[in-house]
Design a protein around this ligand. Structure first.
Ligand code: SF4
Length: 195
């Protein structure tokens, strides 16, 4: 018998597969419901999210919700938005920023989880790890090139985005077309989902 989404989420939340590599221990962060039309594939939770257990509960999340034109109430409704990071647990600090998401996590869980997300009509691929996993060789040479080619991916149901972290401010300052052209397109695409 196929596992239910509730069983799968329970398994994910109990996962300790790479516990030895996680300096703060496992705390998988995921939000999912079979009815969600919007799926957000992010990177991995940061330290603050690890502590609160609430996805995107940080300045990156504030900026992401502004880009999407979504209220917190809409964003945290699992029937509207599935939140599925490439690595479900906080991977710890690096010399600059955080460590990359754990490489084993997405291959362990994403296909099983996505099998339950049958109503998804738009997937946001935030940052290089999400784009590498979901676009593979359909990625362009750089993250900037991939994001800039959004009109190519949107009809196929995906939107590649940069990370909304305050640490990414220099990229946003260097690429004003993102806020001027892409953000309005994101908001139109989200509006068409009638969340
Ligand atoms: S990062 Fe993924 S694989 Fe590792 S313990 Fe957390 S849920 Fe499991």
């Amino acid at each position: 018998m196929q596992e239910t989404l509730a069983q799968l989420l329970e398994d994910i939340r109990g996962c300790r597969h790479c516990a030895d590599a996680l300096p703060c221990g496992p705390r998988p962060i995921v939000q999912a419901h079979g009815a969600a039309p919007l799926r957000i594939i992010g990177q991995a939770p940061g330290r603050k999210v690890h502590e609160t257990g609430i996805p995107w509960d940080d300045p990156s999340g504030d900026r992401l919700r502004r880009w999407l034109g979504l209220t917190s109430e809409q964003f945290y409704d699992p029937r509207k938005v599935a939140i599925v990071p490439i690595g479900f647990c906080y991977p710890g600090k690096a010399s600059s920023g955080d460590q990359p998401p754990r490489p084993e996590c997405a291959s362990l869980w994403h296909d099983r989880l996505n099998a339950h997300l049958r109503d998804v009509r738009l997937t946001l691929l935030i940052g290089q790890y999400a784009q590498a996993h979901y676009l593979g060789d359909r990625r362009k040479a750089t993250l900037s090139d991939t994001v800039r080619a959004w009109r190519e991916y949107l009809p196929l149901g995906s939107l590649p985005l940069p990370h909304p972290s305050p640490r990414n401010q220099p990229w946003l300052a260097k690429n004003p077309w993102f806020e001027e052209e892409l953000v309005p397109d994101i908001q139109n695409a989200i509006r068409s989902l009638n969340l």
